[in-house]
Design a protein around this ligand. Sequence first.
Ligand SMILES: CC(C)(COP(=O)(O)OP(=O)(O)OC[C@H]1O[C@@H](n2cnc3c(N)ncnc32)[C@H](O)[C@@H]1OP(=O)(O)O)[C@@H](O)C(=O)NCCC(=O)NCCS
Length: 149
Amino acid sequence: MSVSGLMVRKMKKEDLDRVSQIEKECFSTPWSRDAFEDMIDNPLALYMVAEDNGYVVANCGVISAAGEGDICNVAVDPAYRKRGIGEKLLSEIMNVASKELLVEAFTLEVRASNKAAISLYEKLGFVNEGIRPGFYTSPKEDAVIFWKR
Ligand SMILES: CC(C)(COP(=O)(O)OP(=O)(O)OC[C@H]1O[C@@H](n2cnc3c(N)ncnc32)[C@H](O)[C@@H]1OP(=O)(O)O)[C@@H](O)C(=O)NCCC(=O)NCCS
């Protein structure tokens, strides 16, 4: 099932409450509202949301440094998963980051057990380039490092 009224756009201050709510539903160590707010004013960061007929259902960010883009906080509201939203949002943010932040290569870390996210990244052409042992807490787990060059 796809979402017909889906739109991807940059995150605004008005989105912060909803984005922090999605973050809490998705992660055991969620980013705070303030952390997201800082990203809006950070010239090296790009944060985007997907909205379904005006209701924010997903968010994602990229922070750039020297042509490399670190992808953070890929998160889709649990009620809206498996509809192509994560894929659309991630594709779009990489497109915009390559044009506006001149990002040439993207990287991210993911929990080794996160099959859904790993499958999404591999579908979009990311390649597993190593493990960071015990990187995550709550629970402690290895991170897999992916790159798309
Ligand atoms: C990972 C996540 C972002 C995927 O979002 P989504 O909108 O459900 O994903 P999509 O519907 O766009 O799926 C695209 C592809 O991802 C993969 N995928 C998504 N969910 C999957 C699942 N439950 N099991 C296996 N593969 C899955 C598939 O390859 C899928 O392609 P397909 O539909 O052709 O099979 C979402 O599950 C999520 O928010 N998880 C919690 C937060 C999280 O773990 N984020 C990643 C942190 S690094």
